[in-house]
Design a protein around this ligand. Sequence first.
Ligand SMILES: [Zn+2]
Length: 356
Amino acid sequence: MAPRLLGRLAYGSRYDRVPWSQRVYIRPGELLVREAQWRWLTRRAPVMRLADYQQLRPLKAIEEFLSCMMCGDSRQQLLFSPGGNGWRYHVVRCPGCGFLYRNPGIRPERLGDLYATGYNTFLTGRYAANRQRRYELTMQAFSPVFDEGKERRLLDFGSGIGLFLELAEQRGFDACGVDLSPESVAQANERLSGVRTYLGAPEDVPEIAAGGFDVITLWSVLAHLPRPLDDFAAFRRLLAPGGVLLILTVNARSTQLKAYGPAWSGFTKNHLMFYSSQTVRTLLGRTGFAGVAFAPHYGDTVEAGTSRLPGDLVRRLRRNVELSDGGNMMRVLAFADEEAIGRWGGGPLTVHRLGA
Ligand SMILES: [Zn+2]
């Protein structure tokens, strides 16, 4: 393996004990190399008209060809073809705005085909504990918004088996969830005492369609949405004055993506679109949100204080994640209106206003 050999020549054995997912943020000079690699890749990938791109690959029954949903540009740059056990797709980049997405995408009415049986089986045990830790760390990063629920109304969109709703209930939110999987909804309602989850889209459930939510959360959901602009316009309508929306999703600017390419952990079987701090701003601005704040993601072990890295390496990792905007996940707090910015902005949170 040439890259490994090069790594060995450049760094010796100094970083052997640093986990792979952290090395890219820690080895000196690596950020510069990965950024240069990425620029080279995105400049070199041919820009194709959609009509030409469509010739590359026959369309399956559940698929559709897409133009960029963020800026409307129909041109395509094919960057990667990630794949694994029985799946493979094309990831394209919009040459107009840099948005990364799967093309062909999946037709919204056929999304269920992606989530065949067995989706729930891994959502338990250690996985569940890790998930809940990640939710806690994200809420902490946006403190004080989630510190105390105080009966505020919260909607968890894509609530699964209710792992987050459980925490929201503990913190005193008046919480409910909605999900498209009947098995998940049944399981969640069995597990949870005071909180309800509903099956379907928000507009199908009268209690939810009425809106008036103070908080909406999207935990690892954004990358799965085939019609994000429609969904976010709906979220904006469901929010009460002063409301906020929280997003956790994979970061399309991740230095790990730049380093690992098609093998990046964010290219999973069911992900459709990959957002950066830039393209998520476009999404929020176009759907009527007033402002946005970001909390860099340093990795769960670093944030939980359970990382085995020495202190100086942790500091280097944190600095490089911030400098590059290249954490592997992106954590976003969107503000519905000026009232929300007035209530929750400031402190450690830098609010970027979104022009209409
Ligand atoms: Zn675009």
